[in-house]
Design a protein around this ligand. Structure first.
Ligand code: ZN
Ligand code: ZN
Length: 335
C-alpha cells in the first residue's frame, strides 16, 4: 500500500510503498477514505509524544471501509464505514476498563501500536472502531474522531443546562466545532477570539455574538453579559486565566487546549462568585457517537481544506505555521 512513513523525527515524511497490514484476532483492516491532520501530528513529527516507535505510519483521525475482519470480531463486517479513535482497546483489567471506560486505560492501544490512517490501509482493533452514520461524508467525519470528540467530551464535562449561555474562546480547529455544537444543543453562543479576523467567521459559524478577547478576555466577556459555560480551545494560558473572570455565578470553564504555560487562578475568582475550572479530553465513546449524530443531521460541519497524500508534508508545514482554516484532511481515491 501507499503510505506516509515517519522514519526520523523532524524530517519529511516519506510517501512510499510499504507492506499491506493484515488483521490479527480481534482486529480489522480499514481501507482509508479520509484522515484528518491536526496539531497533534505536528507534535508527533517533532517527537513530543512519548511512546512512538519509528518508523511508523501516523494518522489518528481516520475514516474508511472495513475490507478484512480478523477472528473473534463481533458486530463489524466487511463494507462497514467506520472511524477509529485514538484510544482503541484497553487492557481489560484495570479499574477504568472494568468500568467500561477503557478510553481512560493507562495502557490503551492506539495507532502508535498498530499504525495510523496516513496510508491506504490501516489495522485497528475492532473495539476502536465507531460506525459512521449514512449521510455524513468521510471527509467531514474524520475530524470528528479527534477535534470533535474532544469538544463533545468538553461539553459533557462542563454540563451546560438548557437555557444556559455558552462562550467559546479560541476559534480554530476545535473552536469552530464548539460554536456549532453549542448552537446545535440550543444554547446562546458567544465566540471570543484573539485574532480580530476571526470575528466574522465566528458569526458565520452560528455564534450569536463574536467579540475580540481584547486586553482581558474575562472583562470582555463580562461586558457582554458573561457566560454560564466557557469552552476554551485557546492555546493561550493568559486568555484561559483571564476568561475565568467572565463566568457567571456557578459557571464552569472547561479547558481543552494544550496551553503555552500554566493557568493562573486567583482563589477569589473561584469563590466570589463560585466557579469551577475543569479539564477534559476525549472521554466516553458515547460523546463521539452523539457528535457523529449531530454531524449527520447537518448541525455540525467542519470547515476543511482537503489534500491528497502526496501533499502531506506541505499540510504538516501549514498546520505547524497556523495557516490551516480550520481543519485539514488527507483524502484517498475511492474504489
Ligand atoms: Zn487530532
Ligand atoms: Zn485498562
Amino acid at each position: 500500500m501507499r503510505a506516509a512513513l515517519l522514519s526520523k523525527f523532524n524530517e519529511p515524511w516519506q510517501v512510499k510503498d510499504v507492506p499491506d497490514p493484515r488483521a490479527e484476532d480481534g482486529q480489522v483492516i480499514v481501507r482509508i477514505e479520509a484522515c484528518g491532520l491536526c496539531g497533534t501530528d505536528v507534535h508527533v513529527h517533532h517527537g513530543y509524544i512519548p511512546g512512538i516507535q519509528l518508523p511508523i505510519v501516523p494518522g489518528h483521525e481516520p475514516v474508511g471501509r472495513i475490507v478484512e475482519v480478523g477472528r473473534g470480531v463481533m458486530g463489524l463486517k466487511v463494507g462497514d464505514r467506520v472511524g477509529v479513535s485514538w484510544a482503541q482497546q484497553g487492557c481489560g483489567r484495570c479499574r477504568a476498563c472494568q468500568e467500561q471506560r477503557e478510553g481512560y486505560c493507562q495502557s490503551s492501544q492506539s495507532w502508535m501500536q498498530l499504525g495510523g490512517g496516513f496510508g491506504e490501509l490501516m489495522r485497528a482493533w475492532a473495539r476502536g472502531c465507531t460506525i459512521v452514520p449514512e449521510g455524513l461524508s468521510s471527509e467531514d467525519a474524520a475530524p470528528m474522531f479527534c477535534a470533535g470528540f474532544t469538544v463533545m467530551s468538553g461539553f459533557r464535562a462542563a454540563d451546560p443546562k438548557p437555557g444556559e449561555r455558552v462562550a467559546v474562546i479560541g476559534i480554530g480547529g476545535l473552536g469552530h466545532l464548539a460554536v456549532q455544537v453549542a448552537k446545535a444543543l440550543g444554547h446562546e453562543v458567544v465566540a471570543i477570539t484573539g485574532s480580530a479576523d476571526k470575528v466574522k467567521p465566528a458569526l458565520e459559524l452560528g455564534a450569536h455574538q463574536a467579540i475580540p478577547a481584547g486586553d482581558d478576555a474575562g472583562k470582555s466577556l463580562m461586558a457582554v453579559g458573561g457566560a454560564d459555560v466557557v469552552v476554551s480551545t485557546s492555546n493561550s494560558a493568559k486568555h484561559v486565566s483571564q476568561v475565568l473572570g467572565g463566568l457567571r455565578p456557578e459557571g464552569r470553564l472547561v479547558n481543552l487546549g494544550a496551553l503555552d504555560g500554566p493557568i493562573a487562578v486567583d482563589s477569589f475568582q473561584l469563590m466570589f462568585p463560585p466557579r469551577r475550572l475543569v479539564g477534559a479530553s476525549q472521554g466516553h465513546r458515547r460523546d463521539l457517537v452523539e457528535l457523529l449524530g449531530l454531524a449527520a443531521a447537518g448541525k455540525v460541519k467542519p470547515k476543511l481544506e482537503v489534500h491528497p497524500l502526496q501533499e502531506i508534508n506541505q499540510v504538516l508545514d501549514r498546520q505547524a505555521a497556523g495557516k490551516v482554516r480550520f481543519r485539514s484532511v488527507i483524502t484517498y481515491p475511492r474504489a
